[in-house]
Design a protein around this ligand. Structure first.
Ligand SMILES: [Fe+2]
Ligand SMILES: [Fe+2]
Length: 174
């Protein structure tokens, strides 16, 4: 799409940050798929299901930013995605890894928002607000699962069974 440049021209710094964020979302998706594979292999089908839906959500996040760049008349740059971690100590450590990843992504999104505000790019700032809200939901949902795992102790399979009930339309926050 040919976008009329001018008032709404995106600063290079902001475009680069959004490109990096596309990559982070794709990396998150790949990391979650790696965890889903481990869960399937170790006999946690519910968790495998939960993580594979999470992977799908992260890919949707990447596509949302990709589309936003195109809509603003920018060309997205696609960087390579690294190999995800394939081995975990136990089920709890997979959700701990997820929590760490979500917090990291939240910090990055916050940093991009600060830059967008400094650049007076309110369109991008507005676009990023959805992502920041989504991060609050995702961090909270993973934290809740970790709490459930603590309570369940020896009955991990009950928690796993519950995670298997997640539906496609349901966001991680519900
Ligand atoms: Fe995401
Ligand atoms: Fe996420």
């Amino acid at each position: 799409m040919i976008y009329s440049k001018g008032l709404y021209t995106m600063k290079n710094e902001i475009r680069n940050e959004l490109n990096l964020q596309i990559n982070r979302e794709m990396q998150s998706a790949y990391n979650y798929l790696g965890i889903a594979t481990w869960c399937s292999e170790k006999g946690y089908p519910g968790s495998a299901h939960w993580f594979s839906l999470q992977a799908k959500e992260e890919m949707e996040h990447a596509l949302k930013i990709y589309k936003y760049l195109l809509d603003r008349g920018e060309t997205p740059t696609l960087e390579s995605v690294g190999k995800p971690k394939a081995a975990f100590e136990d089920l709890r450590s997979t959700f701990e890894a997820a929590l760490e990843q979500e917090r990291e992504v939240e910090n990055f999104l916050n940093a991009i928002s600060v830059k967008a505000a400094e650049a007076k790019d309110h369109v991008t700032l507005n676009f990023l607000a959805w992502f920041l809200e989504e991060q609050v939901e995702e961090v909270a949902s993973v934290q809740t699962i970790l709490d459930q795992l603590s309570l369940a102790k020896d009955s991990l399979f009950l928690v796993d069974q519950e995670l298997g009930k997640r539906t496609e339309t349901e966001s991680a926050g519900n």
